[in-house]
Design a protein around this ligand. Structure first.
Ligand SMILES: N[C@@H](CCC(=O)N[C@@H](CS)C(=O)NCC(=O)O)C(=O)O
Length: 247
């Protein structure tokens, strides 16, 4: 049965798991979940991911959600090459990086959902929109939908989100040692943050990755993109004319 990843091309959490799988050199089958068509809230999908988000992985038929948990699980089951440090304390520090990044997803959503997802939702009638909202399992995401579609985030709110994301880059700049975030070795910490860095540099704050602003992050980003796994993980452009929305 192997590994089957339910994911979306532009989803940051999905990109994290794809990057991890590719770095491990694992074979996996992909199943694209169309977020704009709300496939993540379908009855069938909610059975494998009660949060109604991507990604979810099936390993020999067993479903697992949460991108950070999925990566840690894969590291245990497929230890070579290791992407978690050896010591328990060091592993805990990497987990804290993952959690920190996960806690910033709301800031990314403010920028991401303005694209394909909002465009499609704006075409819905009020009744269709309410029916859509009813299927959203979490209060936080319901609120994000309401804001994106009915009451768009203000420039001040976007600035606030941008500042939080830039603070992540500053924290990286202060942490990178020997090229990588943790222990001078490429690890889940680097993989976890990569999709966020990609989005920040692409549209949200394009100058933020410049070597004159954050030299260590700039070198880190160049080195990460040079890894063969990065090309295979397919971090295509987020904003395309006929693009599909992602969170
Ligand atoms: N903490 C979760 C976050 C998953 C998540 O928010 N996924 C987004 C895409 S990056 C999603 O499915 N958005 C669609 C929605 O919320 O309806 C993880 O890391 O797996």
């Amino acid at each position: 049965m192997g590994l089957v990843l339910y994911h979306a091309a532009k989803s940051s959490a999905s990109r994290r798991v794809r990057l991890f799988l590719e770095e491990k050199g694992l074979d996996w089958d992909g199943h694209e979940v169309n977020l704009a068509l709300q496939e993540q809230h379908s009855e069938a999908y909610l059975k494998i991911n009660p949060m109604g988000v991507v990604p979810t992985i099936l390993h020999d038929g067993l479903a697992l959600h949460e991108s950070g948990t999925i990566c840690e699980y894969l590291d245990e089951v497929f230890p070579d090459p290791p992407l978690m440090p050896e010591g328990a304390y060091d592993r805990a520090l990497v987990r804290n990086w993952v959690r920190h990044v996960d806690g910033l997803i709301g800031n990314l959503i403010r920028f991401n959902w303005r694209h394909g997802m909002a465009t499609r939702a704006a075409r819905l009638s009020e009744a269709e929109f309410q029916a859509m909202l009813e299927k959203v399992p979490s209060a936080e995401r319901k609120e994000a939908w309401l804001r994106t579609v009915r009451d768009p985030y203000t420039e001040a709110e976007l600035d606030g989100a941008r500042a939080n994301l830039l603070a992540l880059l500053d924290r990286m700049e202060a942490t990178i040692d020997g090229g990588w975030l943790f222990g001078r070795r490429y690890s889940l910490a680097d993989i976890a943050v990569a999709p966020f860095v990609r989005r920040i540099g692409e549209e949200i704050a394009p100058d933020a990755l410049s070597p004159s602003v954050r030299p260590k992050v700039a070198d880190w980003w160049a080195a990460l993109q040079a890894r063969p796994a990065y090309g295979r993980a397919d971090f295509g452009p987020f904003v395309e004319p006929a693009g599909q929305g992602r969170g």
